[in-house]
Design a protein around this ligand. Structure first.
Ligand code: RM4
Ligand code: MN
Ligand code: MN
Length: 491
């Protein structure tokens, strides 16, 4: 029952509300306190909008309904609601009730998301870079920025590392990385081998027709696995730029075979707790064919490589209008979904802030995961990672915005009423089923998130805390000169 609890006068009239309240008063604990406080802003907002509505009625020249008309309208509303047809009735609203607050709090306890070291560095488009005076140019600075984002949000305990960019001397850099991790209190996360930047990879890495290049690429991955082992990083995350630009120029079947062989060899190097995540991408930098173009190809290669290989879904790596949540649902049911690279896009692999273009897309993905967990009782073992780099927004602000947006959308997905959804789906009650998702998506979870943060000693609003911290001013001074010397040119 979606009765808004708290200090609303209407609540005093609700028998269900007082029964629930009684239940809570018998179980007085920190959580209950938190729940009560968390619902208050929603109530206040509602009380406020009710009085505004009454004031409007006094001044509006709209003819008032007769009492009888009013009763009929209200009865009709109730009938519709009882049949489950409408979820947006004013008295129901999309405010939080104790059940929703509990679900959000549980979701917040679980939700963690990894941030990428490269998200703090100067990156750009293929036309050039706009340098930021505060961008990180050393691994130390990347860790410092990542540590700050974790300190402010509390949900980014790990940072994804790119071997070529963050380990210029390969495995010899692991001690330094461990020290930085201790110093900035953020752990090394997924290890990303780099198989696309060296000149040797002009015609591919694992798919290169030259065996010596394929072998060199394999050696790099083996070293990356060793780095991961030393740093106790679980996931080795593989993205390949391999492909071709013109029809007829590559033997697609041979390349598939070479990929298969090398991925098996990588898998053989893993420790039992490690995983190999295989990312797919249908375009860019290759424009005719990409060797691992979609989730089906990644799935086949992962299956063939071994049981510790899983598929990684980068949300930007799909054709427009592709149903990503269906891919997620299929991979979940095959127990082959290993992780995500989250980002948003309008046209291609735009690496925009999560949810900036289509937050409902992200919601639908989280919903499929949480629905799977609820239905099966299994915990989906998925690494949530951000793969974004911002060339216009401030790096740290963009990361805070990303993380808090991801957290908010995940919390919204957690309030879907699954039992009602099962029933609606079984009865083919389409409007009801769809409304359950829309209703959850429209729920304002922000007051609960703020309460949760404060209960953890985190700032209620991480962005404001960052802006007031003075950190940006300090690093701008420290880093500006070095950034000004960076290369920006495209050609
Ligand atoms: C690719 C892909 C990879 C990322 C590189 C830098 O588009 O998303 O995950 O490591 O970019
Ligand atoms: Mn990616
Ligand atoms: Mn990408």
């Amino acid at each position: 029952m979606d009765t808004v609890r708290g200090s609303c006068p209407d609540d005093e009239l609700s028998t269900t509300g007082s029964t629930d309240r009684h239940k809570h008063s018998t179980k007085r604990n920190l959580l209950a306190d938190c729940l009560t406080r968390a619902t208050r802003p929603a109530c206040d907002a509602r009380a406020h909008s009710l009085s505004a509505f009454r004031a409007f009625k006094l001044f509006a020249s709209v003819p008032a309904c007769s009492a009888l008309q009013n009763t009929r309208i209200l009865q009709k509303d109730r009938d519709l609601r009882d049949r489950g047809c409408v979820t947006f009735l004013p008295e129901k609203g999309v405010a939080m009730d104790s059940n929703r607050v509990e679900r959000v709090l549980r979701a917040l306890e679980r939700f963690r998301i990894e941030i990428p070291s490269w998200g703090f560095a100067n990156t750009g488009t293929r036309f050039g870079k706009f340098l930021q005076p505060a961008a990180a140019t050393t691994v130390d600075e990347k860790f410092s920025d990542a540590g700050l984002v974790h300190q402010l949000t509390g949900v980014c305990p790990t940072v994804a590392l790119h071997v070529q960019w963050d380990f210029p001397e390969g495995i010899r850099n692991t001690d330094e990385i461990r020290q930085l991790s201790d110093r900035y209190r953020v752990q090394p996360g997924s290890i990303n081998p780099n198989l696309f930047q060296n000149q040797g990879y002009k015609h591919g890495s694992f798919g290169n027709p030259d065996k010596s290049v394929r072998d060199a690429a394999l050696e790099h991955v083996k070293e990356s696995i060793e780095i991961a082992r030393k740093l106790q990083s679980r996931d080795i995350s593989m993205w390949f730029a391999d492909g071709s630009n013109y029809p007829g120029t590559a033997n697609i079947r041979h390349r598939k075979q070479w990929f298969d062989e090398n991925l098996k060899a990588c898998h053989a190097e893993l420790s039992p707790e490690q995983r190999l995540l295989i990312e797919y991408k249908p375009f860019e930098p290759a424009f005719y064919h990409t060797d691992i173009a979609d989730w089906g190809m990644a799935l086949l290669l992962a299956r063939s490589a071994g049981p510790q290989a899983k598929v990684l879904v980068d949300t930007g790596h799909h054709y427009l209008s592709q149903n990503i949540e269906q891919i997620v649902a299929w991979l979940l049911s095959e127990e082959m979904l290993g992780g995500f690279h989250f980002n948003d896009r309008r046209y291609a692999d735009d690496d925009l802030t999560i949810g900036s273009i289509d937050p409902y897309q992200v919601f639908r993905i989280f919903h499929e995961i949480l629905y799977f967990e609820w239905e099966t009782g299994k915990e989906a073992d998925i690494a949530y990672m951000i793969d974004q780099s911002h060339n216009l927004k401030g790096k740290i602000e963009a990361m805070i915005q990303t993380v808090t947006m991801g957290q908010m959308i995940y919390s919204k997905a957690a309030v879907v009423d699954y039992a009602a959804l099962v029933e609606a789906q079984e009865n083919c009650d389409l409007v009801r089923a769809e409304s359950l998702l829309q209703d959850a998506f429209a729920t304002d979870v922000r007051p609960t998130i703020q309460e949760w943060r404060e209960s953890k000693g985190l700032p209620g609003d991480p962005m404001t805390a960052f802006r007031e911290s003075g950190y940006l001013e300090r690093i701008t001074k420290e880093r500006a000169a070095r950034n000004a010397r960076s290369v920006t040119s495209y050609a």
